[in-house]
Design a protein around this ligand. Sequence first.
Ligand SMILES: [Zn+2]
Length: 127
Amino acid sequence: MEHYKSQMINVRIQQCIGIALILAGAYAGLFELKGNDRFFALVLPLFSIGFLGQAHSIQKRIEHYATNNYTKYAKDHPAHVTERGVTCFQCKSPKIHTKNLMQGSFTREHHCGQCGTTLYYSPEQNR
Ligand SMILES: [Zn+2]
């Protein structure tokens, strides 16, 4: 969970900027500006809503990675996490592969090498 904290803080900052832009644009457009300037000031909140939507989807993705971790897999599928290692809960294969997800997520996906089912996520090493 610690691993995802700095990413969540970045998302929070983006959300604060987005809300500030919406308020600033709406205030300037409605009360301060006239004509063309008013039009542009009111377009700003529309862009900000898109920006906030993106921040929200990043937040959802991080929460998904943080929640679906090894501990949860072991709890949900105790028969597939034993002293001899992890096996796939779908096809019982012991061939578990990992893939770095990139996109600034610093997260690895652990999936079954046989049927391709995603099993859980973990933080990238060396960070
Ligand atoms: Zn499988």
